[in-house]
Design a protein around this ligand. Structure first.
Ligand code: DX5
Ligand code: ZN
Length: 216
């Protein structure tokens, strides 16, 4: 199975974001992961549309945008207009999840849904065939640099079963606390894409770290 890395720019040096993006442009990463936080859905505020627009002008990799905001439906069209490859919304933030997924797809963007650590995989049973990606959070959303939650492996197994038993082509993404130590077990359990903030951007050579993660 193909392996993908999506570095999260939340851990990048914001004083020199252009240089940081160029490091990822010159790497074997597949996407650039952008974490949008509103200070309501999660206890932290990061950045929004203007910053992602600026990133999109220099990024040579498609953007993978992870919305950690309440009422994401209000902002889906705006985010999709930037030219994203994939937009992921949180199950816990949507009263009408199926509608949100359709709204993303109507914009010609791939649709992802994310589950926080407390949310069971079974909450996606009725939408799994509509999804291009499921993001399993392996930390509580809101901050980079947190410790990986071990229950993630069990959830990945459950999600893999659900996808195989349905007609879904959804990719499995895991986000939070990814290190050189847990990457292999995650890929071996069926994860397609690992999101890595700290491990990639706080390393001396982000492009080399991406290669090392791909080769674990
Ligand atoms: C957390 C974000 C993650 C985070 C990952 O809410 O969704 O993408 O940036 O950072 P690390 O890899 O440092 O855990
Ligand atoms: Zn994220």
């Amino acid at each position: 199975m193909k392996r993908y890395i999506s570095p999260s720019i939340l851990a990048a040096d914001f004083n020199d974001l252009e240089k940081e993006i160029r490091k990822i442009n010159n790497s074997n990463a597949t996407w650039i992961h952008c974490d949008v936080m509103d200070g309501v859905f999660v206890p932290n505020i990061s950045f929004g549309v203007p910053v992602i627009e600026a990133i999109s002008r220099i990024a040579e990799k498609p953007l993978d945008v992870h919305l950690m905001i309440v009422e994401p439906a209000k902002y889906i069209d705006k985010f999709c207009s930037i030219g994203l490859d994939i937009l992921t919304i949180h199950q816990e933030a949507c009263s009408h999840l199926q509608r949100g997924i359709q709204q993303i797809k109507e914009n010609g963007v791939k649709a992802g849904v994310s589950l926080s650590p407390h949310t069971p995989v079974t909450t996606l049973t009725d939408v799994i065939e509509d999804l291009d990606l499921v993001l399993i959070m392996s930390v509580n959303p809101g901050f980079g640099g947190q410790k990986f939650i071990e229950n993630t492996y069990r959830k990945v197994g459950e999600l893999k079963n659900m996808i195989e038993k349905s007609n879904s082509n959804a990719l499995i993404q895991v986000d939070g606390g990814i290190t050189m130590q847990n990457a292999r077990q995650l890929f071996d359990s069926g994860v397609n894409i690992l999101v890595t903030g700290t491990t990639v951007f706080k390393s001396n050579d982000p492009a080399k770290t991406v290669d090392e993660l791909l080769a674990v």
